[in-house]
Design a protein around this ligand. Structure first.
Ligand code: GLN
Length: 491
């Protein structure tokens, strides 16, 4: 088997048995990138020198008996909104073109300390705003299952890279679904941790109360491995959780017998594509067959979650993005005054979706409108949290389709923001609540495109979430790989 197609667990075993070196594994992943990047454009930057040096160092360390853990020698890609020392970090925006950060994000430090090999930086919707990766200032990423379709977003580059084998795993960020929805659309596993479990230090902020970094991998087991490596308290992040990371590995294969699983009426009905709905029902039946109790629940306020999100996220973005003024970062346009220079820089530097969000957010926060918009949205957020709390007094986890549809065509929703926003209807509620959630591939639709199944758990409920996800992975038997990966591997 081409090493680019291995899981982290398989590659780790081969690295330790001496069958494979980190340098050869990196070469395989690079070869895959060179055969697919012209079609996919998953990467914005590939760090040739840094990755080679890291892979060589990983081999030397293993040969000397210094094993840094499960990620030792594993090629991993990073969404380009996580800062990397000396490596260009753009957030897919023109306003950060050429920006070379002076430090590594905490997650990057942790991956490096665990021996991981950072392959490069992946494409995203500008500042992580979008659901298709079409909002990148550097051109869209395409879906390896069908290059005429989007890979989802905003972590579309990370998801496409993992799906096709130009990385064994990747990090994404999830503010309203940006890890899970691309996971769903590319047949990969995408996980958003409980808010505060993974440090946001060095993640360029979109909406700080919602943003969370998490893994995109090929298997649930690999997601656990990456989660374990990046989670944990960080004094550099004021919202970092101090209480310790839940232990998740020991119950991973415990099965679902005796667990209570809730189906949310509001999130699995109207608007769901027929193939997605049928796959969802079949997956739930399989969980019932494996001994879980299924219960139908109502979460009435989730109906307003999308609207609340599109006030809260833009409000926070309008504040966070105020720092990009051409003075401290990125290119600067000239003007007759400082003010003119700043506004010219921002007008030129931000794309249409980011501009739309800044305007929306500024409006929602302005005097006279604050209570009616931002204030109301915060109240809805509380109601969503209360709905979840009630639900989790009756069930252990909730399940929904990850996204109402499979991958849509490039251009199909690009000019219809509302249709694009609806892609995240099932993922947004857990960001508002700060809860963990994961998308697991659960089958293919009639066009041969992957379908994702989402498992939601209460805050710090990662153990039961991974446990159910692992059962879904086993019962669905999904091991599919996109044609593009198979043909590149055979070539
Ligand atoms: N698609 C959603 C948005 O555009 C979520 C993005 C994200 O999770 N970063 O805001």
């Amino acid at each position: 088997m081409d090493p680019a197609d291995l899981t982290i667990a398989e590659a780790g075993a081969r690295l330790r048995s001496g069958d494979l070196t980190a340098v050869d594994l990196l070469a395989a992943v690079r070869r895959r990138a060179s055969m697919t990047e012209a079609i996919l454009h998953a990467y914005l930057t590939i760090d040739h020198d840094g990755a080679r040096a890291a892979a060589t160092a990983a081999d030397v360390a293993l040969a000397q008996g210094r094993d840094l853990g499960s990620l030792h020698g594993i090629p991993i890609a990073l969404k380009d909104n996580m800062v990397t020392r000396g490596i260009e970090t753009t957030c897919s925006s023109r306003i950060l073109a050429g920006y070379r950060p002076p430090y590594d994000a905490t997650v990057v430090e942790r991956l490096k300390a665990g021996g991981a090999v950072i392959v490069g930086k992946t494409n995203l919707d500008e500042f992580a705003m979008g659901s298709s990766t079409e909002n990148s200032a550097y051109g869209p990423t395409r879906n390896p299952w069908d290059p005429d379709r989007v890979p989802g977003g905003s972590s579309g580059g990370s998801a496409a890279a993992v799906a096709v084998g130009s990385a064994l795993a990747a990090l994404g960020s999830d503010t309203g679904g940006s890890i899970r929805q691309p996971g769903s659309l590319t047949g990969t596993v995408g996980m958003k941790p409980t808010y505060g479990l993974v440090s946001r230090y060095g993640l360029i902020a979109f909406a700080s109360s919602l943003d969370q970094i998490g893994p995109i991998t090929r298997t649930v087991d690999d997601a656990v491995t990456v989660f374990e490596a990046i989670a944990g308290h960080d004094p550099s992040d004021a919202t970092s959780y101090r209480g310790g990371v839940p232990e998740v590995r020991s119950t991973l294969d415990a099965g679902v017998k005796g667990l209570r699983i809730g189906i949310v009426g509001e999130l699995s009905g109207e608007g769901t594509a027929p193939d997605v709905a049928a796959n969802f029902r079949a997956t739930v039946d399989a969980l019932a067959g494996a001994g879980a109790t299924i219960k139908e629940l109502s979460l009435p306020s989730t109906a307003y979650a999308l609207s609340a999100y599109y006030l809260i996220a833009p409000a926070e973005c309008s504040a966070n993005l105020a720092r990009f003024d051409g003075v401290r970062y990125g290119p600067r346009l000239a003007g007759r005054s400082v003010e003119e220079s700043m506004s010219a820089t921002r007008r030129d530097g931000f794309g249409p979706e980011v501009t739309r969000r800044i305007l929306l957010g500024t409006y929602a926060l302005s005097a006279g409108y604050y209570d009616a918009f931002y204030g109301q949205a915060q109240k809805v957020r509380t109601l969503v949290i209360e709905d979840f709390r009630r639900a989790y007094s009756e069930v252990d986890v909730l399940v929904t389709p990850t996204s109402p549809t499979t991958a849509f065509a490039v251009g199909e929703k690009a000019n219809d923001p509302l249709a694009m926003y609806l892609s995240d209807i099932c993922t947004i509620p857990s960001n508002l609540a700060g809860d963990p959630a994961i998308s697991v591939p659960s089958g293919l639709d009639s066009d041969g495109l992957p379908i994702g199944f989402q498992v939601l758990a209460p805050a710090l409920g990662e153990a039961v979430m991974f446990r159910v996800a692992s059962a879904v992975e086993q019962s669905s038997g999904f091991t599919g790989r996109p044609a593009l990966a198979t043909s590149a591997g055979a070539a």
